[in-house]
Design a protein around this ligand. Structure first.
Ligand SMILES: Nc1ncnc2c1ncn2[C@@H]1O[C@H](COP(=O)(O)OP(=O)(O)OP(=O)(O)O)[C@@H](O)[C@H]1O
Length: 277
């Protein structure tokens, strides 16, 4: 699909039906109900409710400062690490309240992995970048276990063939796109169900971006992916569901082809046609 910025297409209804049918087959992996976020006295998100479908890609789009990253960080409780941040409402992962006081946040962050805007490999070898997480989570005991998890995670991240002869060299020596795939391998290594990606291609060139987009498309077979992106073309290419945020509100969400061809809210229409943002 490649039609952001397009005016409504004549077959919009047909396209929407197709996207809706695909999404209807997916169960809900993450459910947010009336989520609000405050940074000190300032409210950054207002009563956001949305269902995130299992094993699909959901894109969060919207102008700068509208709260996309803030909402993404609620889903693995990264906002807990920001002083003065307060989260209200409810977020469930497979029906379990992730803000329940009895929930182990370290375990949650293994189940809900995160990939950041700027690739941030540890200053360690490629091998250790991937083996570190499973080791501290007690998922590997022997050297053979470590090798198995490193190789399979690098394969799933589409990086193994490029690095198999230099696994013990520093991860920071890879190109930006390879470093980002290393970070994806690192997230995959601890067996997540959900992978959050906060503008994962914004520091990459178009070729590295295309490789990551292809990878995201493959990963959705096994993982629930949520991506924040400034690129509407990227949202249209990689996602099946799109949520449009504006001034801290979730304005509209639905099948990506419907949001881009037949949005219901004028603000969504204005944004996707490039009138603001
Ligand atoms: N750590 C923080 N402390 C205080 N205010 C914050 C913090 N992080 C974000 N904000 C504010 O919350 C609002 C939403 O920011 P957020 O980064 O979530 O938006 P965004 O849509 O992801 O923006 P961008 O597309 O520019 O990354 C903004 O007004 C921002 O200034």
């Amino acid at each position: 699909m490649n039609f952001p910025h397009a005016e409504l297409t004549p077959n919009a209804e047909q396209a929407s039906d197709h996207g809706a049918a695909e999404l209807a087959q997916r169960s809900v992996r993450v459910r947010a109900s009336d989520v609000s976020v405050f940074y000190g006295a300032k409210q950054a998100l207002f009563d956001v409710s949305v269902d995130i479908p299992d094993r699909a890609v959901t894109a969060f789009i919207g102008p700068s400062g509208c709260g996309k990253s803030t909402f993404l960080r609620c889903i693995n409780r990264m906002n807990d690490t920001i002083e003065g941040a307060r989260v209200g409402g409810k977020i469930e992962l497979d029906g379990e309240d992730i803000y329940d006081p009895s929930l182990d946040v370290v375990e949650l962050r293994a189940r809900v992995g995160m990939v950041f805007q700027k690739p941030n490999p540890f200053p360690k070898s490629i091998f250790e970048n991937v083996a570190y997480g499973p080791r501290i989570h007690g998922l590997i005991r022997t050297k053979a276990d470590a090798e198995e998890v490193v190789v399979s995670s690098l394969r799933k991240a589409g990086l193994f063939n490029e690095v198999k002869d230099r696994l013990h060299e520093p991860g920071t020596g890879l190109s930006g796109g390879q470093q980002q795939r290393l970070c994806i391998a690192r997230a995959i290594a601890v067996g997540p169900e959900v992978i959050l990606m906060d503008e994962p291609c914004s520091a990459l060139d178009p070729i590295a971006t295309a490789i990551i987009e292809e990878l995201i498309d493959e990963l959705r077979e096994n993982y629930t992916i949520i991506i924040v992106t400034h690129s509407m073309q990227q949202a249209a290419r990689v996602s099946q569901k799109t949520a449009f945020f504006h001034l801290g509100n979730l304005v509209e969400e639905g099948p990506t082809d419907k949001i881009f061809t037949n949005p219901e809210d004028k603000r969504t229409q204005d944004y996707i046609t490039g009138r603001f943002g």
